[in-house]
Design a protein around this ligand. Structure first.
Ligand SMILES: Nc1ncnc2c1ncn2[C@@H]1O[C@H](COP(=O)(O)OP(=O)(O)O)[C@@H](O)[C@H]1O
Ligand SMILES: [Mg+2]
Length: 365
């Protein structure tokens, strides 16, 4: 087997601050050259985990390995790791060139090596024209690029990025996403990127760890965590979804985790169980159905899932419909606008609702 080496191995790591549990025991590996994202709401432990990897914080239990080496007693400045902070932390009185070269100077690099590396880095982040400026004379996006260049200058094997785009306005943030992704592929440095912004995570990452309250809820590719959420938290945190209270009524056919579930409102629906332990008859949980996975048709024959359009919202690329099923359940759907009007519905229209069994995910927690 020629497998990709592991860059960072989180082994049974937990972190308590007094009584407070910031990180519950978690274990996972991050591959060399991966763009790996920690995604979760504020306070879920993302920064704490980065600080542990960087060496600014000890674990309460468990260990972190970097390229299979135990890090416990290695101080931060001797780890092959560097950090880009949210506020950039640039030195205000130093030029761009000196900001980028400062860390190399501290590491004892020669003047010539520092100059060469700074040259290389300003080219990488396209700041050649700005090398003599001070941070205050740069735009937010340019300051961000200085911070990136400075962090990458000592050739770390792993770069930790703690919400590095949050200070930028939306347009610039979107542009920087593409730049960061390209930079990661170009340099081959393993990126561990922290964000609470699901769109950022989905657009840049090879894999995402979705975190909540000190726990990892799911690790997967962007499409896996979006299309196959493992829990209610993941389904709700990433994208929009319909969540309907339901229980399993028939779990006899275990192939592909297919189950029949009954909504509390009475409808029976073929669905896909997110985890095998949801396959017991009577198991309670939620059915998650993404709005764009629902198809609407003008009401023809009798159907379990008939309803009435209660509201429509034009969103440019899509139209959102709010529907009340005859049983009383509320759903919302999104239909892409094709430019011709033939599929449009209006308030009061009767419709049939349909979706594929693998678009209806039964989540037991
Ligand atoms: N040094 C500390 N002492 C006490 N509590 C802390 C400390 N650092 C972080 N915490 C707490 O741990 C939790 C996780 O914090 P943090 O890792 O910064 O979250 P995130 O980066 O996901 O927003 C928060 O509730 C925070 O208040
Ligand atoms: Mg944080």
């Amino acid at each position: 087997m020629n497998s990709i080496p592991t860059a960072v191995s989180i082994r049974a790591v937990a972190k308590h601050f007094g009584q407070f549990v910031a990180i519950r025991e978690m274990s996972f590996d991050i591959a060399d050259n991966e763009f790996f994202t920690l995604l979760g709401p504020s306070g879920c432990g993302k920064t704490t985990l980065l600080r542990i990897i960087a060496g600014f914080e000890n674990t309460t239990s468990g260990t972190v390995l970097l390229f299979n080496e135990e890090l416990k007693n290695l101080p931060p400045n001797q780890r092959p790791v560097n950090t880009v902070f949210q506020n950039y932390a640039l030195f205000p009185h130093m030029s761009v060139a000196n900001n980028i070269g400062f860390g190399l100077h501290m590491l004892g690099w020669s003047r010539k090596d520092i100059d060469d590396r700074v040259d290389q880095m300003v080219k990488t982040v396209r700041l050649e024209e700005f090398i003599n400026r001070k941070p205050a004379q740069l735009s937010g996006g340019q300051q961000q690029r200085v911070a990136l260049a400075r962090a990458m200058a000592p050739k770390p094997k792993v770069l930790l990025l703690d919400e590095p785009l949050s200070a930028l306005d939306l347009k610039l943030r979107q542009q920087m996403r593409a730049e960061l992704k390209a930079l990661q592929k170009e340099t081959g440095i393993t990126f561990i990127f922290v964000t609470h912004d699901q769109e950022e995570a989905l657009t840049m990452s090879d894999r995402i760890a979705v975190m909540s309250a000190g726990e990892v809820q799911q690790i997967g590719s962007p499409s896996e965590v979006y299309e196959q959420p493992a829990s209610r938290f993941v389904a709700e945190f990433i994208g929009d979804t319909n969540l309907l209270d339901a229980s399993v009524v028939s779990a006899q056919s275990n192939q592909h985790n297919q189950v029949d579930v009954k909504l509390d409102s009475g409808e029976c629906i073929p669905a896909t169980a997110a985890s095998p332990h949801a396959l017991e008859n009577g198991a309670r949980g939620h059915l998650s159905i993404r709005p764009e996975h629902i198809t609407l048709n003008a009401l023809s024959t009798t159907n379990d899932l008939a309803g009435t359009i209660r509201n429509t919202t034009y969103l440019g690329t899509d139209t959102q419909y709010e529907i009340k099923l005859d049983s009383g359940v509320n759903l919302f759907t999104r239909t892409q606008n094709s430019g011709n009007q033939q599929h449009n519905f209006s308030i009061g229209n009767k419709v049939n609702v349909s979706f594929a069994p693998n678009s209806a995910r039964f989540l037991s927690h």
